[in-house]
Write a protein that binds this ligand. Structure first.
Ligand code: ADE
Length: 233
């Protein structure tokens, strides 16, 4: 999978070089490319923002640097492909495990995180001619910019790309895989500071362990996420 990240803070994405996503890049499963938006500004101050049309607080990202940066990405895409452009914004569709799965099946994702009051709306309209454009939120709260949301999205999506996680079984067991939260987990020692690993987990009886985990998943989901539970029922 190819991933392009365009931002005035491309260093923000250094965290993606760590751990499994970093390994997947070394292994050639992910081709992650960062771009400095200011490289596409026209003036010597490398300006990418300007006051909002109609007045009001804050600044808006100018359209031309974005178009030039996106055209540069398009010029190096695989022949005949239509990349998906993801614009992080609190006013987008909310990221979920199923949306992450959907994006993980795409060949080429381009992320356009805005700063300030956001990106001139015409960029998305223009981009429709070249990309599948999606506006995506990571939750109902407001960040200072889209970069942190991009890190979250790339982490959620990239780990679902075949081969990125060595043990594919962990993907089917985890929270949200089947609409339930994950059961609690324990390790050695069996008795730690007077707290005990539940007896059933030491029993060696796989069927009992499996029933217990299912029950804990259901209890936890009902208690902590009644919205998820209602959607299942
Ligand atoms: N930019 C600012 N807040 C955001 C959010 N909640 N999700 C995605 N992008 C954002």
């Amino acid at each position: 999978m190819r991933i392009d990240l365009i931002s005035i803070f491309p260093e923000f994405f250094d965290a993606l070089d760590l751990s499994l996503i970093g390994r997947a890049q070394e292994d050639g499963l992910l081709d992650v490319r960062r771009h400095q938006l200011r490289d596409y500004a026209a003036d010597r101050h490398r300006t990418v923002d300007s006051p909002p049309a109609g007045g009001g607080a804050g600044m808006v990202m100018k359209p031309e640097p974005w178009a030039l940066a996106l055209e540069s990405v398009l010029s190096s895409r695989a022949a005949g492909t239509r990349p998906t452009l993801i614009i992080p914004t609190p006013s987008g569709e909310v990221l979920s495990q199923s949306l992450a799965h959907e994006f993980a099946a795409h060949e080429h994702l381009v992320f356009a995180p805005g700063r300030f009051e956001g990106i001139d709306e015409r960029v998305a309209a223009w981009a429709e001619d070249h990309f599948e454009v999606r506006r995506v939120s990571i939750g109902d709260y407001v960040l200072n910019g889209g970069e942190a949301a991009v890190v979250v999205m790339v982490e959620a999506i990239a780990r679902l790309v075949p081969g990125v996680i060595g043990n594919a079984e962990s993907l089917t067991e985890e929270s949200h895989a089947d609409g339930l939260l994950e059961y609690p987990v324990y390790t050695k020692p069996a008795d730690w500071r007077g707290l005990h690993v539940p007896e059933v987990l030491l029993s060696g009886d796989h069927a009992r362990v499996s029933d217990w985990r299912r029950q804990k998943s259901e209890e936890r989901t009902q208690r902590l996420r009644p919205d998820l539970w209602a959607r299942r029922a």
